[in-house]
Design a protein around this ligand. Structure first.
Ligand code: NAP
Length: 448
């Protein structure tokens, strides 16, 4: 059986591994990516100071070394290649295209200068080619990060890391330079619900207490009425933050709860960019199903900040030819089988894994099992499918080259990897990323 996987992030690689380790069916797997570089979220999403999480790339490289695996980088589905092409050349297709769009706050002022979705800032500091030219103005002293998830924590932490801490990471060189000149002194992390409902995880929260040049600030009153919490959990950590003395002269990370931005206010004098947030205080309400929601009290305050990063979740962008669930903002599916959103009927031979299937939930490792479950459906559904005659395996490469696509193989990527690692060594970093697709292709040009 021949399978195309679209997207070389964790969910795509886990699906490839589950397919390639089957002993009952021989599967050839071609993994496509719109970028010349593999690993998706691991390269472009995971924070540069989280090298341990990024080390999962070694597991994916082992999958890529399997003989029936091919990487076809620099190929965009819906542009260079169509779903129709894939149906002709493969028995089955797996979409592993992740979540590349942001969820919005839906409040007045969201589009103004210096209100920047977290994904843009994350893509920028991680050297994602799409965001290398993003304008991130770090000349302001106070910044708000809206949301209480791990992405919000990543954004706050990167803003507050010292130069020395950042230099040791694989942060993009342009971001390192800009952050070195940063004038940011105070970051406000804003949760709409209470400390007990925060989505960030204790491991990530704990790190905020170990920043070289910044201290977390928690008002003890914000923790009143909260239960004891788990040992080593968020509440215990927040209590320890609230109790500890602040080091003078350090930057501050204010963790605030029960507030929702209701408007982003522009400053006419500052070129119309962000001048402040209007915040509404919330109270918690328990619903009959046990869930706890934030309700506005009508009480407002003004928080002076010059930059706002909403970090309130991601969603999937529609891809031409791929059934999209516009309400859930995912690839329309039932249990990983792609369905027609109008009829609910399964689209034969098409599957979805990872965040494109579930939305932005679950840590990287959790998608290993989820991708394997979808692969089990593929094998169950695929009986007899391999009888359908396909063009020769390399015919797709010919088709793409005819269209002027410069294909990037896994071998090519290894060459780029070596260049990046060598560049990084000069500043004592694990790598210094090449952030421009043309520059990547120029390095590979003699081989292509
Ligand atoms: P998330 O964990 O779902 O958090 C989203 C946050 O945004 C929640 O606090 C949510 O509050 C808040 N929010 C949503 N809509 C809002 C609104 N209109 N106004 C104010 N706040 C709003 O999502 P994420 O942070 O994007 O992370 C996505 C996934 O990646 C998660 O599974 C996360 O753990 C994972 N991740 C892990 C790491 C790591 O270091 N391990 C790093 C980054 C991401 P409510 O709870 O009230 O809805």
């Amino acid at each position: 059986m021949r399978v195309a996987i679209i997207g070389s992030g964790p969910a795509g690689f886990y699906a490839a591994e589950a397919l390639l380790r089957r002993t009952d069916v021989k599967v050839d797997v071609d993994v496509f990516d719109r970028l010349p570089t593999p690993y998706g979220l691991v390269r472009g999403g995971v924070a540069p100071d989280h090298q341990k999480i990024k080390s999962v790339a070694r597991v994916f490289a082992a999958t890529a070394a399997r003989p029936s695996f091919r990487f076809l980088g620099n190929v965009r589905l819906g542009g260079d290649v169509t779903v129709e092409d894939l149906r002709r050349h493969y028995h089955q297709i797996v979409y592993a295209t992740g979540n590349e769009a942001d969820r919005r706050l839906g409040i007045p002022g969201e589009g103004i200068e210096r209100c920047t979705p977290a994904s843009v800032f994350v893509g920028w500091y991680n050297g994602h080619p799409d965001y290398r030219r993003a304008r991130i103005d770090l000349s302001v002293r106070r910044v708000a990060v809206v949301g209480n998830g791990n992405v919000a924590v990543d954004v706050a932490r990167i803003l507050l890391r010292s130069r020395a801490e950042l230099e040791r990471t694989d942060i993009a060189a342009h971001a390192l330079e800009a952050l070195r000149e940063s004038r940011v002194e105070e970051v406000f992390l804003l949760g709409r619900r209470g400390p007990e409902q925060a989505a960030f995880t204790p491991g990530e929260l704990k790190e905020l207490g170990h920043l070289e040049d910044a201290d977390p600030v928690v008002d003890p009153a914000a923790l009143e009425g909260c239960g004891p919490g788990e040992p080593g959990g968020n509440l215990e950590l927040l209590r320890s933050f609230a109790a500890r003395p602040l080091r003078p002269g350090r930057k501050r990370l204010h963790l605030r709860f029960l507030v929702s931005p209701t408007a982003i206010l522009a400053d006419a004098d500052a070129g119309g960019g962000v001048a402040a947030l209007e915040l509404e205080r919330n109270r918690l309400e328990r619903r009959p199903d046990g869930s706890v929601v934030a309700r506005g009290t009508g009480e407002k305050e003004r928080l002076e900040v010059g930059l706002v990063f909403p970090a309130v979740g991601y969603a999937a962008d529609p891809i031409p030819g791929v059934p999209h669930d516009a309400k859930a903002r995912l690839i329309a599916n039932r249990d990983g089988r792609v369905v027609d959103p109008a009829t609910g009927q399964a689209v034969p031979g098409e599957y979805v894994v990872g965040w494109a299937r579930t939305g932005p939930q679950g840590l990287i490792g959790e998608h290993k099992r989820a991708s394997a479950q979808v692969v089990a459906h593929m094998i169950a559904d695929g009986t007899g499918l391999d009888a359908r005659a396909l063009p020769p395996r390399e015919a797709i490469d010919g088709l793409l080259r005819e269209r002027g696509v410069k294909l990037v193989s896994f071998q090519d990527w290894k060459q780029l990897d070596d260049v990046e690692v060598a560049r990084g060594a000069r500043r004592g970093a694990p790598r210094d990323k090449i952030v421009d697709v043309d520059a990547m292709l120029a390095i590979l040009a003699p081989a292509q």
